[in-house]
Design a protein around this ligand. Structure first.
Ligand SMILES: [Zn+2]
Length: 82
């Protein structure tokens, strides 16, 4: 079910070679896959590289009105995930 080389929707970078989706989303590569239903009802997936995923998370938190995490908190969260 995996495209050969997914691209990040944030910056357009091509995902590194990986044996499977699970390898890409593992700590080794740190990519994230988001499933979403598009406006026309079709299913789509969004790939994000580690950098864009972090920015995406921070952007969501800010949009919801929650205080944006400081650099230290963000780094700690990233370290826990990795
Ligand atoms: Zn990216």
């Amino acid at each position: 079910m995996m495209a050969d080389h997914p691209t990040c929707i944030g910056c357009g970078v091509t995902a590194p070679d990986a044996n499977s989706t699970y390898t890409l989303i593992s700590a080794t590569h740190g990519w994230r896959l988001t499933r979403r239903i598009l406006a026309d009802g079709t299913r789509g997936v969004e790939w994000r590289c580690p950098t864009c995923w972090t920015a995406h998370k921070n952007g969501q938190a800010t949009a919801k009105g929650a205080p944006a995490p400081g650099p230290a908190a963000t780094a700690a969260a990233t370290r826990r995930r990795a």
